[in-house]
Write a protein that binds this ligand. Structure first.
Ligand code: AMP
Ligand code: ZN
Ligand code: FE
Ligand code: FE
Length: 287
């Protein structure tokens, strides 16, 4: 088994980076990527744990980009954690999260659900703080009885305490990842909420900018959606990846390596991505 899309406490996952890697090894994952939202801060710990366990580890990140009508997340694989420009861009995104979180807490207080920012930060633990952490704090205070209720009533797009945040354009996300020596891969393309023609045009235009792959296998994709993304990737010469978007036990209903049981993919998927990265390094001009 492989899993190329997971989260840790560096963003909104429940397991620490090392704990995530141990759990992956325990369930038989051979190649794992950690792809926290807008941060690289979990990668060193995860890489070290993986090398001790003989598990192949791929550095990753998941960058939120501006998009409508749906959601556009760009995965970046093999990015250089020492790339100052990428780190600066991610730090700007995290600043946008902090600004937004402050506004969300103000609105929640007006709605009769006061929360202490320090409590949310402590619940998060890492440097990339998100709405899931606010949702957990709301449950702890008894303001809502479930994670889903927190999003439906307060935190989801269009709900009572929803606030947008600063994001980079998809084009810039691709460029930043390429610049940091990484491979940009479009995450869960179904969440773009585009018709198939518009989807093809968007993916084609991103491919012309250097997009390297599509996350065809994703825990919430139907068989038919997976088949469509596989054929689109083949048509455009893109790699495909597979991700459970695991956030820890008991979060979203998705398990490491298998998603909802629909994600059993061969290791050759990860090997092809590694080869593609090796080739991209060979073709890179000296800078
Ligand atoms: P953030 O990074 O703060 O924008 O939060 C995004 C995360 O919130 C996603 O990865 C989901 O886990 C969760 N989320 C966003 N919208 C919803 C929703 N409508 N229902 C449940 N969870 C959601
Ligand atoms: Zn997440
Ligand atoms: Fe995502
Ligand atoms: Fe994710």
């Amino acid at each position: 088994m492989i899993d190329l899309h997971t989260h840790s406490t560096a963003s909104d996952g429940k397991l620490a980076p090392a704990g995530l890697v141990r759990e992956a090894a325990r369930v038989g994952i051979e190649v794992l990527a950690l792809t926290d939202h807008d941060t690289l801060s979990g990668l060193a710990e995860a890489a070290e744990e993986a090398s001790g366990l003989g598990l192949e580890f791929i550095r990753g990140v998941e960058i939120s980009a501006e998009f409508s009508p749906g959601t556009l997340h760009m995965l970046g694989y093999f990015v250089d954690p020492a790339d100052a420009e990428l780190e600066q861009a991610l730090s700007w995104l995290r600043g946008g999260r902090d600004d937004r979180n402050r506004l969300i807490l103000e609105r929640l207080a007006e709605l009769g659900c006061p929360l202490d920012p320090g409590e949310v930060a402590a619940l998060a633990g890492g440097e990339s703080v998100g709405r899931p952490h606010i949702a957990r704090a709301m449950i702890n205070h008894g303001y809502v009885s479930s994670f889903q209720e927190a999003f439906d009533r307060y935190l989801g797009k269009g709900a009572a305490a929803y606030v947008d945040r600063a994001k980079m354009t998809p084009e810039r996300a691709v460029a930043q990842i390429l610049r940091a020596g990484g491979l940009p891969v479009l995450a869960h393309p179904q969440t773009l909420a585009l018709e198939r023609d518009a989807m093809e045009r968007l993916v084609e235009s991103l491919a012309s900018l250097g997009l390297a792959g599509l996350e065809a296998y994703y825990y919430s994709h139907s068989e038919e959606e997976t088949a469509f993304f596989l054929s689109l990737a083949r048509k455009l010469g893109l790699a495909v990846t597979a991700g459970s978007d695991f956030h820890g036990p008991g979060t979203i209903d998705s398990s490491l390596g298998v998603g909802q049981g629909n994600m059993n993919v061969p290791r050759s998927i990860a090997d092809a991505l590694v080869r593609r990265h090796d080739q991209s390094l060979q073709n890179q001009p000296l800078r």
